[in-house]
Design a protein around this ligand. Structure first.
Ligand SMILES: NC(=O)c1ccc[n+]([C@@H]2O[C@H](COP(=O)([O-])OP(=O)(O)OC[C@H]3O[C@@H](n4cnc5c(N)ncnc54)[C@H](O)[C@@H]3O)[C@@H](O)[C@H]2O)c1
Length: 222
């Protein structure tokens, strides 16, 4: 079998550039069957130390870009009643973490985007699928320095494991994937408990202080 791959470069913090690049893709390739919104950035500073420009860029890349990639590629999916939009969000889109105010806000936005889009597609009775992925820390370099207090329950996951899980979720049309598995219990409890208890709970599992020694990406890993 013969496959061809083509790459396009786009700055996702600039919606006009997203629109321009999407037009180019549609002109060159035609219909896009699967859109994977994977790009993301993190500032990793507490709110009062967070530079304004970085907070704005975090929301632009992690949340706003989703509107524009989807607006560009969804119409052809709706027309053919076939397609899949994958949103790589984060467990930070389901809970709050000290040192991740802008990132958590942007990932809550990503989860909200996905959930509302799924609801719109359901109401339109269209067979376009959505999958939202909410992992905890992954060893890609993006969160270097972040620590876990309970590596058995909440390990820093290897990218290969996460990719395998995402592939399986997409191929089986799963609407929601949380990683690692323990995070399903974590989310269920977080949904039931009062805020004060959630803070204690976050402390107990080391989530509150997980970003205290954050360094972020020092250099790109192969
Ligand atoms: N690494 C983790 O611990 C972790 C945990 C949960 C969720 N995530 C999410 O997974 C996704 C992938 O992250 P990763 O860990 O592979 O990080 P990464 O830094 O290796 O990859 C992020 C990618 O986003 C691209 N990107 C950043 N800004 C961009 C921009 N303005 N325009 C276009 N592309 C841009 C980068 O070029 C890079 O390829 C992100 O959405 C991230 O938020 C990561």
């Amino acid at each position: 079998m013969h496959f061809e791959a083509k790459a396009y470069t786009v700055d996702l913090s600039d919606y006009k550039e997203i629109n321009r690049t999407a037009d180019l893709v549609k002109k060159d390739i035609g219909k896009v069957d699967i859109l994977i919104n994977n790009a993301g950035i993190v500032t990793g500073k507490k709110l009062l130390q967070c530079p304004d420009e970085l907070m704005i860029k975090t929301v632009a890349v992690n949340t706003n870009a989703l509107f524009f990639t989807a607006k560009n590629f969804l119409p052809a999916m709706l027309e053919s009643n076939k397609g899949h939009i994958v949103t790589i969000a984060s467990m930070a889109g389901k809970c709050g973490v000290a040192g991740l105010v802008d990132y958590c806000a942007s990932k809550h936005g990503a989860v909200g985007f996905n959930d509302s889009l799924a609801s719109e597609l359901y109401s339109l009775k269209k067979d376009v699928k959505t999958t939202v992925v909410c992992p905890i820390y992954i060893n890609t370099g993006m969160f270097d320095g972040a620590v876990t207090k309970w590596p058995t329950l909440l390990p820093i996951m290897e990218p290969e494991y996460v990719v395998d899980c995402i592939m399986e979720a997409v191929l089986t049309d799963r609407a929601f994937l949380a990683l690692p598995k323990f995070s399903y219990i974590f989310m269920a409890l977080a949904g039931l408990l009062p805020t004060e208890v959630i803070s204690l709970y976050g402390d107990h599992f080391g989530i509150t202080h997980s970003m205290d020694h954050f360094k972020g990406r020092q250099s790109r890993k192969a």
